[in-house]
Design a protein around this ligand. Structure first.
Ligand code: SAM
Length: 228
């Protein structure tokens, strides 16, 4: 297919401002109006979030630190991090998403800064930079650049998750077992872990922790890297 990454990005933005927003806002809630596939994805995603929060809680030093969450969605990670005392700045390419994140934070009385931006345009320096389940929207050639950019924002730590390109997932994707239903409306990209590790290393980071979370329809490889 002859799609430039600019078209990819426009498509992703439009999707997450419309059908994608309703679909994912439901998945990232605790309401009953989800089907079994969506429930499975909700549980898988929640496991990833809990793993990150557990690591950060174990380190015990996030209070007062700056955190930049790129592609924050409805704030599933940003809000609990702010509740742990982090100074959170979170953005999403979708205005609908960042607005909903701000609304949820407000409802809980949580202070955090939410704004609309694609992650390439995010600037500044932060103690910790997080980017969870966003890479699936990035084509291969753009992905390494994205990791490098995230590293340039981070003084101490980067947490990134992506759908790993293993033979098993490539196979499932091919036979259409993955990305069932409406999620097929955006292209989905799997990524080779070696590319991520290479980009992290070249930016001066070392992988400190890793995790894999997989349910029937959700799979996410999570890396935490520290600046050396
Ligand atoms: N990180 C959140 C979480 O784990 O709850 C949301 C994950 S959701 C599957 C992917 C999010 O990435 C969507 O909200 C989408 O709008 C956002 N996104 C996709 N491409 C992006 C880009 N280039 N820059 C910023 N956000 C992007």
């Amino acid at each position: 297919a002859l799609f430039s990454s600019a078209d990819d990005k426009t498509e992703v933005r439009e999707y997450f401002n419309t059908e994608g927003f309703s679909r994912w806002n439901k998945i990232y809630s605790d309401t009953d109006d989800v089907n079994s596939v969506q429930m499975d994805i909700r549980n898988g995603h929640d496991q990833t979030i809990q793993k990150i929060l557990k690591w950060i809680a174990a380190d015990g030093d996030i209070d007062g630190k700056s955190v930049c969450d790129c592609g924050c969605g409805v704030g599933s990670l940003a809000i609990p991090l702010a509740q742990m005392g982090a100074k959170v700045s979170a953005s999403d390419i979708s205005d609908a998403m960042s607005t909903e994140a701000a609304r949820r934070a407000g409802e809980l009385g949580v202070k955090a800064d939410f704004y609309t931006s694609d992650l390439e345009s995010v600037s500044g320096k932060y103690h910790t930079v997080t980017c969870v389940d966003v890479a699936i929207h990035y084509p291969d050639d753009k992905f390494k650049e994205m990791v490098t950019h995230l590293c340039s924002l981070a003084e101490d730590r980067v947490l990134i998750s992506f759908a790993p390109k293993t033979w098993y997932y490539v196979f499932l994707k091919k036979i259409g077992e993955l990305f069932p239903g409406p999620s097929k409306t955006t292209r989905a990209y799997l990524h080779e872990e070696s590319i991520v590790r290479e980009a992290l290393q070249q930016a001066g980071f070392e992988v400190a922790r890793d995790e894999m979370t997989a349910t029937n329809f959700y799979f996410s490889r999570l890396l935490e890297a520290k600046r050396v």
